[in-house]
Design a protein around this ligand. Sequence first.
Ligand SMILES: [Zn+2]
Length: 335
Amino acid sequence: MHPRYRQQIRALGGEEAQAKLRAAKVALVGVGATGSAIAQVLARAGVGTLRLIDRDLPELSNLQRQVLYDERDVEAGLPKAVAAASRLAQINAEVALEVEVADLAPDNAARLLGGVDLVLDGTDNFLTRLLVNDVCLSLGIPWVYVGVVGAEVHSFPVVPGSPPCFRCYLDAPPPPEAVATCDTAGVLGSAVLVAGGLAATEGLKLLVGAEPARGLFVLDTWYREAHRAELPPDPDCPACAGRYDYLGGQGQADTQLCGRDAVLLRAAAPIGDLGALGQRLAGVGELKTANAYLLRFDPPEPGYSLTVFADGRAIVHGTQEPSLARSLYARYVGA
Ligand SMILES: [Zn+2]
């Protein structure tokens, strides 16, 4: 018995289950709060390959709940997917790590999620989950939804060919005023760890071939209340019928970033030469960070900061107004 995984092999019921984990390839969409917790569990569990997909970089306000990062990562300014991979490699050198500094979008989703056995949800928004749902159903890959707001965790697994899927549960992202978000309700780091543990457990079950959970599980970690709601398949669900509207681009737009005074701008085109752009911007404002993945730049207008990624996306800090963010981007980076 592999000494490293001895306790786990007992809990999973045998060496065969461990061999399945070793052979498995898992994609994580987002290595922020829940994604950090999930990634750490799966790396320690000896999952063979982890693909880390993230569009962001660590900030001080992340450290309260994003357990893969520390103050050195905030200082270093490397993307989360890169920082996460280096931390996970220290935790378990047996795990193959694939890094994708990218924003999951309709035009790259099939490539980013293709070829894996399982997808786990580390996102913070419903639009991305609806896209993940479309891609996973279209490729026949199971995935596990998990979300945390405040101290409350919601989760259920989606298995292609076995409704309900995520769109049976939610046809479209709810209007911003209708739901509590991490902006309005905050999020507890302790609840994030519970959420990550729950989702990772469901993932391990799917990987070793155990019967997946049914129904929506809701757990209030503050009041210690839990219930499982029936989740009936929606007979009119487009995704279950093979119509993938979100993969076709429905709902995609520049978005406010939950919990932050910032807007994410979708990429118009990749930046051909990030170094040249950095040199140009250094003469205009203050270039704070520049590496192979991104640059961070404070324009002369006080209170704003732009993080520009090599794929052309940008995060504009200091505003929640997409039009203002877009105009700052156009002014300094290009239209
Ligand atoms: Zn469905």
